[in-house]
Design a binder for this molecule. Structure first.
Ligand SMILES: Nc1ncnc2c1ncn2[C@@H]1O[C@H](COP(=O)(O)OP(=O)(O)OP(=O)(O)O)[C@@H](O)[C@H]1O
Length: 295
């Protein structure tokens, strides 16, 4: 478990993190969201033990970071991590495994293990420039998995990737998440909302909002995206049994709140849209993360 207790970090007069308290237990992936300059990388550096807090405590399994027991359990992949164009990925990862104390033969096995996890085993003899952007990112993620850490911090893991490769990386993280707790940073909430139930939002150094593990109250939500704007959707769906509230969240997107005990509400809605010949793009259960956070 990672804990921050009233942590502040100043660089001279620049207050980068201000009285931040948060707890990250092992389990599902966690998102750290914030605009550029919000302090995400500084937070990662503190958790990694690269820098110390100006005040407050950063703890890993109850002990102040850095401590020797943390070694090998917590890995970090910086935003600007680069692969060396001169060497095959196998050679580079073998070098990192050596730095972690693996013998040569153990290192070979460990490199095969982590490349297998990210689906790059058959590309191990390639140099970075022979790989796609997404594959290079996966190779970097493989590096962070050496030694089987329990927590892995990925700073802007999908930055600079096209949507297809970004999705590939998110799917990889999801598939590895049953054994490893990923802490992911991004300036883009939409990027991580499908992957992470737990989200910490930073703004100007402060932890502004926190989303727990979902809504357990009696109301339920549907998010509806239409193909075209419609200014009278409230009239169209007014008669649906269980409807509580309708809110326009952005152009063509609506958040519909309904009574959770009405189990056929989604079917009623679909029938109603069909009868009125209203074309929709997407309907899904629950709120988007953005709506959960900024409601
Ligand atoms: N070593 C340092 N010395 C002085 N100022 C620093 C240092 N590291 C970070 N800062 C400042 O801290 C602030 C937050 O930076 P940080 O990189 O943590 O933000 P971020 O949320 O990761 O931003 P980005 O999304 O752009 O990476 C910035 O104003 C930055 O200039």
């Amino acid at each position: 478990m990672i804990e921050l207790k009233n942590v502040s970090k100043h660089f001279a007069s620049n207050k980068v993190l201000i009285d931040v308290s948060m707890t990250i237990p092992s389990g599902e992936p966690v998102a750290i969201i914030g605009p550029n300059g919000a302090g995400k990388t500084t937070l990662f550096s503190l958790i990694s033990g690269f820098i110390s807090p100006s005040s407050g405590e950063v703890l890993f399994d109850g002990k102040a970071i850095p401590h020797s027991e943390q070694f090998g359990k917590l890995a970090v992949l910086p935003q600007d991590a680069q692969l060396d164009p001169r060497f095959t990925i196998e050679k580079q990862l073998a070098f990192f495994s050596k730095l972690q104390g693996f013998t040569k033969s153990e290192g070979i096995a460990e490199v095969s293990r982590v490349l297998g996890l990210v689906g790059l085993l058959e590309h191990k003899t390639k140099k970075p420039q022979e790989l796609s952007h997404g594959m290079r990112k996966r190779a970097c993620i493989a590096q962070s998995l050496i030694g089987n850490p329990s927590f892995v911090l990925l700073d802007e893991a999908t930055a600079g990737l096209d949507p297809v490769h970004a999705k590939e990386v998110r799917e990889l993280i999801a598939s590895l998440s049953k054994d490893i707790t990923f802490i992911l940073s991004s300036h883009d909430l939409a990027e991580l909302e499908r992957l992470c139930q737990r989200v910490f939002v930073f703004e100007a150094g402060s932890l502004k909002q926190y989303s727990g593990d979902g809504d357990t109250t009696s109301q339920a939500y549907l998010t509806l995206r239409l193909k075209q704007d419609l200014d009278n959707l409230d009239n169209v769906i007014a008669e649906l049994n269980g409807l509580r509230n309708l809110k326009v969240t952005q152009s063509r997107e609506y958040l519909i709140e309904y009574d959770a005990s009405v189990t056929d509400f989604d079917i009623q809605l679909l029938q109603c849209l069909h009868q009125q010949s209203i074309a929709y793009q997407q309907i899904y259960n629950g709120k988007t993360l953005e709506n959960q956070l900024f409601d």
